[in-house]
Design a protein around this ligand. Structure first.
Ligand code: HEM
Ligand SMILES: *[C@@H]1O[C@H](CO)[C@@H](O)[C@H](O)[C@H]1NC(C)=O
Ligand SMILES: *[C@@H]1O[C@H](CO)[C@@H](O)[C@H](O)[C@H]1NC(C)=O
Ligand SMILES: CC(=O)N[C@H]1CO[C@H](CO)[C@@H](O)[C@@H]1O
Length: 338
């Protein structure tokens, strides 16, 4: 092909791609500070932050609640607040969602922003902003500061329990890497994001196999530190006849179980991981070197924030897609029909 015809072909291709982008121009990139100037001169992010600060003073466990909520929202049908929709068959009714909490926090933040500027701020953005604020209150987010979130998400209208396909606590590191890759997140992102387990709890029902009958051996997980095994045995009796399902801190350093820091990694390298995936992360050759580097002080705070920003970009609705819900618990169509 002559260089002239190559040039023409290139032009046609580039222009064609440009036209295609225009035709599919319902979406727009997320941006930092999307709400600037969209609610008079009011700083919407500061308003949300105020709500989270008040809530955190009463209940510092909201950081764990919101981190898990953002993970579950973004992993199922993208970060579109589908996890917030009520309904007999919606995502929040699916088994892995049973213990997701914090819905009232989002309701409160939404009520406050709706009172100031109705129909402007999406529920999907509120989840991401609120999580960032709570992480900052818990000491995370880059030198004690906040990571800078991008905004401009819009809310979805599809929320189905059958779409919920979240990793189980016994997923292997290699399958977990695949699950994250399906969302555009690389293995390093995954290792940092699992650092979310530096706060919060799990229920005994999800770790009893590791304590008493690991992979049907009738024994505990051989990779579990013996002191941790003693602690967990006491906290999670084998044959608890009651329906009470005790909780156990995911970060087993008692001084740090409420703080967003690298302590989770320091624990798992000492074989003090609580969930099976936590322990395996420190041992599997696919992730052990990254874990060791973070445990030794490699920049957790900044990198965790960056990974959260990336998580917040998974399959988002933007531009003219979706809607800005009036109530985070219902689509606008449902709200009108009520
Ligand atoms: C392979 C990936 C993951 C698996 C298998 C997993 C699994 C789990 C399980 C089983 C629990 C305990 C639930 C309960 O007993 O109530 C839990 C809790 C939690 N997860 Fe994950 N998780 C994963 C990734 C993440 C990510 C990426 C984040 C956030 C960035 C996250 C944040 C949390 C938090 C904060 C809690 C504690 C919630 C609370 O205290 O209410 N997890 N996770
Ligand atoms: C729990 O139940 C199993 C099976 O019934 C039994 O083998 C085991 O000894 C019991 N453990 C305790 C601590 O009672
Ligand atoms: C990670 O695992 C590989 C393979 O087992 C091993 O050679 C390496 O030393 C491990 N790295 C760390 C930091 O333990
Ligand atoms: C928060 C929430 O909606 N939890 C629901 C989880 O699913 C169970 C069973 O479907 C419901 O009873 C809960 O209300």
């Amino acid at each position: 092909m002559s260089s002239a015809s190559t040039a023409i072909l290139t032009l046609v291709l580039v222009f064609g791609a440009f036209l295609t982008a225009q035709c599919h121009g319902d979406s727009a990139p997320l941006v930092v500070g999307f709400y600037r100037g969209k609610c008079r001169s009011i700083d919407v992010e500061a308003v949300v932050s105020g709500v989270i600060k008040e809530w955190y003073k009463k209940d510092p466990t909201i950081t764990a609640a919101l981190l898990r909520m953002q993970f579950h929202d973004c992993f199922v049908n993208g970060c579109d607040a589908s996890i917030l929709l009520d309904g007999s068959n919606s995502e929040k009714t699916a088994v892995p969602n049973l213990s997701v909490r914090g819905y009232e926090i989002i309701d409160t933040a939404k009520a406050v922003v709706e009172a100031i500027c109705p129909g402007v701020v999406s529920c999907a953005d509120i989840i991401v902003m609120a999580t960032r604020d709570a992480v900052a209150m818990s000491g995370g987010g880059g030198g004690g500061g906040k990571y800078i979130v991008e905004t401009g998400r819009r809310d979805g209208s599809v929320s189905l329990a059958k779409n919920v396909d979240l990793p189980s606590p016994s997923i292997s590191v290699s399958n977990s890497i695949k699950a994250f890759a399906n969302k555009g997140l690389n293995p390093t992102d995954m290792v940092y994001l699992l650092g979310g387990h530096t706060v919060g709890i799990t229920h005994c029902s999800l770790i009893r196999d590791r304590i008493y009958n690991f992979q049907n051996t009738g024994k505990s997980d051989p990779n579990m530190d013996s002191a941790l095994l003693t602690t967990l045995t006491a906290r999670c009796p084998q044959n608890s006849s009651t329906s009470i399902d005790n909780s156990v801190n995911l970060d087993q350093n008692p001084l740090s179980s409420m703080t967003v820091d690298n302590s989770y990694y320091r624990q798992i390298v000492k074989r003090r991981g609580v969930l099976q995936i936590d322990q395996d992360l420190a041992l599997d050759p696919l992730s052990n070197n990254t874990v060791a580097a973070i445990a030794n002080g490699f920049d957790f705070s900044t990198r965790f924030g960056q990974a959260m920003i990336k998580l917040g970009g998974v399959q988002v609705l933007t531009g003219k897609q979706g809607e800005i819900r009036r109530s985070c618990r219902a689509t606008n169509k449902q709200t009108r029909e009520d």
